[in-house]
Design a protein around this ligand. Structure first.
Ligand code: COI
Length: 379
């Protein structure tokens, strides 16, 4: 059999737009609503492999209505960002982690694998071409959405014989319409996001749509997002758009930053991983315990009642660091409702730990601090 073609950044074909878009003012950006001039696409066919990467004007896809992505959810994606440093250079943040994760997601839904480093190179070339769209202002960036879909035209349920990898890019500021403000979460036992043996740890399109109905219900009661619990014990998992970190003085009287472990039900956040490493480095020296372990919503509620709850914040690529001000819980099986008020300093939208974590992350992302995690964009 002939060798299958891999992704080859040196074969990139570039077709520039004839109608460049106007830049929007940073303050007017709504998350994920405006896109750049171009997109990156690479096609895959079973038995042949990957075709040459193409940068073309941003345009509609044309797909037969029988294409398998529409029927059986052959879709996975990534969220990553390009940042502009003070001196004007462009940087990606740990892009290899995103491509490694995409390759696990795609494998889980029978979509093709690829060389993650080659894919990072293609994305880097694409970002270099879209340079003018990378915002200058702190807290703003160019959000990248690498996506892979099954494109075989068939209603038969089976592994797709063809696929499309594409990347689009959207200049963004804060993810939540409330801006850089602390969010309120509703924890419920009524719906479950992920379960052992399921796909909650993969970034599949199909993990997101089922979360919207519960979110709409929570929104009616004034909450921004759901906090997903698991099991009768009410284990804290994640928010769905971000992982969750809880800071408290634990029962042994030790300051602890805790997040749920990667047990197959948690999205393996790049931001999550980065914060764990940074917290161990900085807060570890100050006597903090940084732990990945199972913990329950009841433990959080009890800590709040006993004055031991210090902070809670979500973390993700889109959400960056999002402090939490309140978590409401329906009480699970015993139905006793708990309303957890997360302490916030008077007149502030973030606690001191969330603020420091945010600074450490920003410092690396915007290139103030030298780090192997910061990847210089190359044309
Ligand atoms: C991200 O943080 O990049 C995400 O993918 C979360 C959400 C916008 C789907």
């Amino acid at each position: 059999a002939p060798a299958l073609a891999g992704v080859d950044p040196s074969k990139m074909i570039i077709q520039r737009t004839q109608t460049p878009k106007e830049l929007m003012k940073e303050e007017d950006l709504v998350f994920g609503r405006t896109f750049t001039d171009h997109m990156l696409s690479i096609e895959w066919v079973a038995g042949k492999g990957w075709s040459e990467p193409r940068i073309t004007p941003y345009q509609n896809l044309s797909l037969d209505p029988a294409t398998c992505v529409f029927h059986y959810g052959f879709s996975c994606f990534e969220g990553m960002k390009a940042y502009r440093t003070e001196s004007g250079e462009l940087r990606l943040f740990r892009p290899r982690k995103n491509m490694d994760r995409l390759s696990l997601s795609s494998a889980r839904i029978a979509l093709p694998s690829f060389d993650p480093d080659a894919m990072v190179e293609c994305i880097s070339k694409y970002v270099a071409l879209e340079e003018k769209f990378v915002p200058k202002k702190r807290g703003y960036s160019l959000y990248l959405r690498p996506t892979m879909i099954g494109t075989q035209r068939t209603l038969g349920v089976g592994p797709p014989g063809s696929a499309l990898f594409f990347v689009i890019a959207s200049p963004v500021g804060p993810y939540y319409p409330s801006g850089f403000k602390a969010v309120s979460l509703e924890a419920t036992s009524k719906f479950v996001r992920a379960w052992p043996g399921g796909t909650g740890d993969k970034k599949l399109g199909g993990n997101y749509a089922p979360c919207i109905l519960p979110q709409q219900e929570a929104a009616k009661r004034g909450f921004h997002q759901n906090l997903w619990l698991f099991g009768e014990e009410g284990y804290v998992t994640e928010v769905g758009t971000m992982n969750l970190f809880t800071c408290w003085v634990n029962k042994e009287g030790v300051k602890e930053m805790v997040t749920a472990p990667l047990d197959g039900t948690i999205l393996e956040g790049v931001t999550r991983d980065s914060i764990l490493a940074l917290a161990k480095e900085h807060l570890g020296k100050e006597g903090w315990k940084i732990t990945e372990r199972k913990y329950t919503i009841k433990e959080v509620a009890d800590a709040a009642d006993e004055g031991r709850l210090l902070e809670a914040f979500g973390a993700g690529t889109a959400a960056v660091v999002s402090p939490v001000r309140r978590i409401a819980w329906d009480g699970g099986a015993n139905g006793v409702q708990r309303d957890i008020n997360v302490p916030l300093p008077e007149g502030k939208e973030a606690g001191p730990i969330a603020e420091r974590v945010w600074k450490w992350m920003e410092g690396i992302q915007y290139g103030d601090i030298k780090s192997d995690w910061s990847y210089p964009v190359k044309a």
